[in-house]
Design a protein around this ligand. Structure first.
Ligand code: SME
Length: 171
């Protein structure tokens, strides 16, 4: 594994994301188990941004999202398609940026201190694999910069890894 260098906390967010993308590219290795790759991606995000209180994956099996690798407090284990921010994102295929979770109808609280959230769907060739979910204790912690770079991260992840292996992780 390439040596990991902590990304300087004082850098502007966009610069941090650019470095994070480079590190993700060197970390991701389809020769490793999918679980190994995905776990490190959650750690990379959490250790790069102080604003993240929780980051993790939820994966689809039969139109129900199941909790995957994450960093943070214990979380909801299942979310139905169409429910909560995660379920709405996977259903619509859109990234959802929620500035104030209290104002999002149907938002699911896994942590009562959560204030804002971004959810990026993971969809490739029409297959809905799941979502990447990030939460913050700050209001409006996520914006268009997060959307652009997190979507890029998911594109890289989908290109570098065979996500069909997920099926075997979801038994
Ligand atoms: N808030 C999410 C649920 C997942 S947790 O935040 C980890 C939602 O409304 O879908």
């Amino acid at each position: 594994m390439a040596e990991y260098r902590q990304i300087d906390n004082a850098l502007p967010e966009e610069e941090k994301y650019k470095l994070l993308i480079k590190q993700a590219e060197s970390l991701l290795d389809d020769g490793l188990p999918l679980l190994t790759n995905l776990s490190n991606i959650t750690a990379l995000l959490k250790q790069t941004f102080d604003k993240i209180s929780w980051v993790g994956f939820y994966f689809n099996r039969g139109n129900i999202l199941y909790l995957g690798p994450f960093q943070g407090k214990t979380a909801c284990t299942t979310i139905e398609f169409g429910k909560g921010v995660c379920g709405k994102s996977i259903e619509s295929g859109e990234t959802l940026v929620v500035e104030d979770v209290e104002k999002f109808p149907g938002h699911i609280y896994c942590d009562a201190d959560s204030k804002s959230e971004i959810v990026v769907p993971i969809i490739e060739n029409g297959t809905k694999y799941g979502v990447l979910d990030l939460d913050s204790y700050n209001l409006a912690a996520f914006n268009n910069t997060d959307k652009i770079y997190l979507e890029l991260l998911i594109r890289i992840l989908s290109e570098k890894l065979n996500l069909d292996k997920l099926e075997r992780l979801m038994i």
